[in-house]
Design a protein. Structure first.
Length: 319
């Protein structure tokens, strides 16, 4: 009999009557795509809770809703705004479903987040990128075996925590299946959809976890095909939450093809970068694609501070 896997991502709490949600379960979609690619549908039914449920449900209602689904495995994407609440939901579920396994991932998890690593309600988790670790965890659950030595993967047996050293990294991003091509993410009524063209960063700033990961990029073909799917499905806004889109090695190829895909300008886009990386040629390429917003980071102009945080000196003339 297949096991039921339920994945959820809780939103930023907005204490106002009119809410503008941007809570898109991107990570869960990527993990599910990887699990399906690896043939785990033979052993698991994997469901991602829709935003309409997680965005509006109170804790008590959501707990009852999840109990009624009777999951065997509950998976949560943890961020600083939802980690405590997500873990609380799982704790309450385990009181009513004692055999439930709780799996966590996300940028909130590191060796330093002791409130997560030491929580006895968490059965499995991953430090770093989750695709390979998630597959390894599900296979371990299906086979009732100890997980393999995937870097960053951790699990609990009784009160003992076991942690594989290192951080889980996907070296070739193009080997990851496209959750958009597989139709995993429901694109209806999404006010904005985040999308990544790269992982890691060219910088290694002391304060930023992204800079601890090696810089890798999806190919131009992969990016264009995915963005075309978003356009075909009527998505109006896309945010490239990459560390620095303007440094993508295929920047001009992507922009040239995206301008053709988005010729009707039905989709507006935004990006993050640094002012020093903006040139007139790149600005014109962005304009042709209908990029309307650019977030240009400026941490400080203080030379001493820049050195301490491991940032290169500011190029004032370029800025």
């Amino acid at each position: 009999m297949k096991k039921n896997v339920v994945m959820f991502q809780l939103p930023v709490q907005e204490f106002k009557s009119i809410k503008r949600w941007g809570n898109i379960p991107l990570a869960a979609s990527m993990l599910k795509a990887m699990a399906l690619k690896e043939g785990l549908a033979e052993y698991f039914d994997i469901e991602i809770l829709p935003p309409d449920v997680v965005n509006h449900a109170g804790d008590a209602w959501l707990i009852d809703y999840l109990v009624a689904k009777h999951p065997d495995v509950l998976c949560a994407s943890l961020y600083f705004w939802n980690s405590q609440r997500s873990i609380y939901i799982a704790e309450q579920l385990k009181k009513r479903l004692p055999d439930l396994l709780f799996v966590v991932g996300g940028p909130e998890i590191s060796k330093d987040t002791t409130n997560i690593m030491e929580n006895q309600n968490i059965d499995f988790g991953c430090i770093g990128e989750g695709e390979e670790a998630f597959v390894a965890i599900l296979r371990a659950i299906a086979d009732n075996q100890t997980p393999p030595a995937v870097p960053g993967l951790f699990w609990r047996q009784g009160k003992k925590l076991s942690l594989n050293q290192g951080c889980s990294i996907v070296k070739n991003l193009d080997l990851l299946p496209s959750f958009l091509k597989m139709g995993i993410l429901d694109l209806k009524n999404k006010p904005i959809v985040p999308y990544e063209t790269m992982r890691g960063c060219t910088y290694s700033c002391l304060y930023c976890a992204t800079g601890t990961l090696p810089w890798r990029c999806f190919s131009a073909d992969r990016v264009i095909n995915d963005l075309a799917i978003l356009h075909e499905n009527g998505v109006k806004k896309v945010h490239l939450f990459c560390s620095n889109f303007l440094r993508h090695p295929d920047f001009f190829t992507i922009c040239s093809e995206l301008a053709a895909v988005n010729a009707d300008r039905g989709m507006s886009l935004s990006f993050t970068s640094y002012a020093e990386d903006v040139s007139r040629e790149k600005a014109e390429a962005l304009k042709a694609c209908n990029f309307e917003v650019g977030e240009l980071g400026l941490q400080t102009v203080n030379k001493k501070t820049l050195k301490i945080i491991r940032r290169p000196p500011l190029n004032k003339s370029r800025f």
